[in-house]
Design a protein around this ligand. Structure first.
Ligand code: NOJ
Length: 757
């Protein structure tokens, strides 16, 4: 994704095409009297006027998206940069991806606007996943903050930086619920809860799109739908969910993102009911378009139309294109199939020009919405590019976001926070110092060299109090020397901070792991360090929940730091020394063992729930490990402690028009001021279909001074009590409901009420 990864032709082309600002008045002169160029006309009229002037080939060209930079998928096409630019000039391209920077986007836009017959501007799309140059925590980490305004802000900063570099369109947010930490892309998502995932997805869309002004981007809801269910956690694998699970568990975040106004949606690589999702009429036309009234446009994933042939769902690309188009798919990323076969399919009468106009009209509408017909270079502003990217202000947002994303999983004997200024700290772990391993793949133009490592963060603040040893190597298995040096350093220190985990490079697309565990040489290191008798704080870096069961006995405290971005070292230092009291709570369960995956809090009861792990025979459980995850959804500690009491419901019966008021006392019983994320869950005890044992339906983030108490109030109405039937209609059924409130999905107070007819 980074400039240094670009191929030589791209760099050459950048050299040839690079030039300074072109004035808008020069652009599109040849069509300036046309209705579609008249900004005083309504968009619908402009779109119709333009469609009326376009040839079938030009229309098919609008459905064609081609890569113009670093590859974010397999290299499939070899037309070369000249071939690509010729295609742009002849109106055969509607959008490009991975073209970045003002010079480059402006040069190519100039070709589209000045050389193509109708001067239709291109849309430049890019994976702006957790920042453009200022890198924020990975989306999964950010979701653990439960801080919706900050999440929205993070997306807004990313959009403002990318838009200052010529980009129009972010391929984000990813709204795929997943229960499988073997899947590398959990880093990009929202965790395991559909209700909370919906709120986060909507916040990300709002932050990205704002009011679609100069410093916003179009958002892209992906990957429609249920990509997070890839079988065995293996990337690009088969997916198969029932409509029951689809509607209740997987669709809510996509739906919320669409309702938040997302202009575009991306298909996935996977399957639904035996069809590649790109060709699922049910998902695209019946659900997205007809049921949700989605009025924007769809883009395929990288060659996902072409891959329909490989799946065995079409005999050739032409058939794949026909099926995908008929299902409602529109823009084609990297297959080159729409541009090639749509004119033939029209000629053969297999698709109508009206159908084509609908798809093309939606793409044009997005370009009009962004204002590109009025100023195709509005995102090409050198001054903005130099002044508004990687600013101190953006970095300070990234620091806040990072501090709020760190989850404290263990803190025996209050070993944390560490009084570092009074102590000698042994900082151990290659991950603490290796910039190369700090970032994942989806970092836009972020450069790990610009990020603060944990070593730098600690040393900047506490110079001589911190001594470093690598402790292990991420590449070399045998680690005796590393361990000996680390133990010697630990023996000479008051406390050990050991940064373990896996490289950031192991997070993201095509990064599935069969064993999401702490590597063996790191476990050996912890065992050796434990023998020193020093307090041991593990800082764990990873883009997914790793299995921590084997390491917990060897460490006193665990800080789960995920992948935090530009401000990593400063944020972790502020947690270690107590400048920031941790408050994040995990939005993905931490499995006890690999064989337990998928494990998630909102599971079903089974006919034989196991009340305890030793309740005799014939229960649903494992014989070798506990049934519960190591850390449940919603879990995270603070340096303070919080106590819940006095859960009260204002009624024991409500009808469908009434609201239930739930109150609970929350007290900060610890020695620090702190923020608690309180969660409310319900359970629909008996319904026409089975319902999960718990479903999150509310949360509050409360800052409480030490010793202070407050009364929290939650409201439950029919919206919180509904579920979806197999047709995607919400259903409200009378009967008993349980209510739970607590600091995580497991440790809760409970009560119940009845919804009457
Ligand atoms: C493939 C990924 O699945 C998708 O999320 C991404 O946006 C595209 N490649 C473009 O890079």
């Amino acid at each position: 994704m980074k400039r240094r990864n670009m191929n030589k032709t791209t760099i050459l082309m950048m050299g040839i095409l690079s030039f300074t600002q072109v004035s808008t008045s020069l652009a599109q002169t040849k069509n300036k009297t046309a209705i579609y160029m008249n900004q005083h006309k309504p968009t619908s009229e402009r779109v119709q006027d333009l469609l009326g002037k376009m040839t079938i080939a030009e229309k098919a060209g609008q459905l064609n998206q081609i890569n113009g930079g670093a590859f974010t998928g397999p290299a499939l096409n070899d037309e070369g940069q000249k071939g690509k630019m010729d295609a742009v000039a002849s109106g055969q391209v509607g959008s490009m991806l991975n073209v970045i920077g003002v010079d480059e986007t402006m040069a190519i836009q100039k070709i589209a606007v000045e050389k193509s017959r109708l001067g239709i501007p291109l849309l430049f799309g890019y994976d702006v996943i957790h920042g453009y140059k200022t890198i924020f925590p990975i989306p999964l980490a950010e979701a653990c903050s439960w801080d919706l305004p900050q999440i929205e802000k993070n997306s807004a900063v990313a959009a403002s930086e990318a838009s200052a570099a010529g980009i129009h369109w972010a391929f984000a947010p990813m709204c795929d619920i997943s229960n499988d930490p073997r899947w590398g892309r959990v880093m990009e998502g929202i965790g395991e809860d559909p209700w909370y995932g919906a709120l986060v997805s909507a916040a990300r869309v709002k932050g990205t799109q704002g009011d679609l002004s100069n410093d916003n981007l179009l958002a892209c809801v992906k990957h429609f739908a249920a990509y997070g269910t890839v079988e065995s956690g293996r990337e690009y694998n088969f997916t198969d969910v029932s409509r029951f699970q689809l509607w209740n568990k997987y669709l809510p975040p996509y739906k919320a993102a669409v309702e938040a106004g997302a202009v575009t949606v991306m298909n996935g690589f996977t399957t639904f009911e035996g069809e590649p999702v790109s060709a699922s009429k049910y998902l695209i036309t019946d659900v997205l378009k007809n049921k949700w009234n989605f009025g924007g446009f769809l883009v395929s994933d990288w060659n996902s139309f072409g891959e329909m042939v490989t799946w065995g769902a079409a005999s050739d690309t032409k058939e794949a294109i026909y099926k995908a188009f008929k299902a409602g798919s529109m823009m084609d990323m990297e297959t080159r199939g729409m541009v090639k076969f749509i004119p033939e399919l029209i000629k053969e009468g297999k698709i109508t020009e009206n159908e084509l106009n609908y798809a093309v009209g939606k793409i044009l509408e997005a370009k009009f919405k962004l204002g590109l017909f009025d100023d195709p270079y509005k995102f090409c502003n050198k001054e903005r590019e130099s002044n508004e990217i990687f600013t101190d202000g953006n970095k300070s947002e990234a620091l806040k976001a990072a501090e709020g994303s760190i989850v404290l999983l263990k803190n025996d004997n209050n070993v944390l926070p560490l009084n570092i200024s009074q102590k000698k700290i042994a900082l151990i772990g290659e991950l603490a110092a290796s910039h190369d391993d700090m970032f994942d793949f989806w970092i836009g133009q972020g450069d790990a060299k610009d990020a603060i490592s944990l070593k730098e963060g600690l040393e900047n603040k506490y110079k001589s109090n911190v001594q470093y040893a690598p402790g292990y190597s991420l590449d070399v298995k045998s680690s005796a020397n590393y361990i000996n040096d680390a133990v010697a350093l630990a023996n000479n220190s008051d406390a050990v901070v050991v940064n373990i985990g896996i490289s950031g490079k192991m997070a993201g697309e095509d990064r599935s792991l069969a064993n999401p565990i702490i590597p063996e040489n790191q476990v050996e290191l912890l065992k050796a360090l434990k023998k020193t008798g020093k307090p041991i704080v593990a800082v764990i870096s990873a883009g997914r929940p790793l299995i921590l069961t084997d390491i917990l006995p060897y460490v006193d405290a665990v800080i789960y730091s995920w992948i935090l971005g530009t401000e990593t070292g400063n944020a972790i230092t502020n947690i270690l020394d107590g400048t920031h009291n941790p408050s994040a709570k995990t939005v993905m369960s931490f499995p006890y063992a690999v064989g337990q995956i998928p494990v998630y809090y909102n599971h079903f009861n089974t006919g034989r729930p196991n009340p305890t792990d030793d309740a005799g025979n014939w229960y649903s459980r494992y014989r070798d490990i506990p049934r519960d995850p190591l850390f449940p959804f919603g879990f995270g500690l603070s340096y303070s402690t919080f106590e819940y009491s006095n859960l009260k419901l204002n009624k024991t019966f409500i009808n469908k028009n009434e609201k239930l008021i739930v109150t609970v006392e929350l007290k900060n019983t610890g020695n620090y001021d702190g923020t608690e994320i309180s969660q409310l869950y319900i359970r629909d005890v008996a319904a026409s279909v089975i319902r999960p044992v718990k479903e999150l339906k509310g949360f509050q983030k409360t800052l409480l001074k030490k010793g202070a108490s407050t009364t929290l109030t939650f409201t439950i109405g029919s919206k919180e009590l509904e579920y979806y039937n197999m047709s995607g209609d919400s259903v409200l059924e009378p009967g008993k409901f349980e209510v739970f409130v607590g600091g995580n999905s497991k440790d809760v107070l409970s009560s119940s009420f009845e919804l009457t007819k």
